[in-house]
Write a protein that binds this ligand. Sequence first.
Ligand SMILES: [Cu+2]
Length: 196
Amino acid sequence: MTHTSAPRGALLRPALVAALIGLLALVGAGPALAHAVLESSDPADGSSVATAPSRITLTFDEAPTPDTATITVVGPDGTTHYESGAPTSDGAKVSVGVAPLGAAGKYEIGYRVVSDDGHPVSGALSFTLTTPGPAAAAATTSSAAAPASTAPAVTPSNAAAASPAPDQGGVPAWPFVLLAIVVVIGAVVLVLRRRA
Ligand SMILES: [Cu+2]
């Protein structure tokens, strides 16, 4: 067995060298022909962050054409944009400012750059904000104050049930409207009786 393996190895060697040369040629030609590819990001794709980032940075394997990038940051509601200002290019890094984030949840980052070879490259990634951002604090205080002022403390059980789901504010509102109508009718009846 050892006698046959030696000549086989000798015959295989030129083929292996040829294959390696071919591979090196492909690798060498590769980056010149390929588009820019996103290598990393800050925050990282799929990561969870407790503190809202003030800036999003995308790092490509090669420098995209400067001033061709667009970066969007869309909040958990799927409509609110948080990107702020025009993206800036620094070699292979493209970044954009981020406005104060809102509710905790998944934030989608969309990007589009033009490769050095002229081809547009686009993609999407996301990160999850685990703690509501500064913009959410203002929103929650205003929405928390709204049901407290409109709903009188007549039925504490209703108020307690309504607070965990503020988006269903329309459901607990009608008993109070009904109560107001009853009170008005009662007052009218009392006034009419006194006059009679
Ligand atoms: Cu290309």
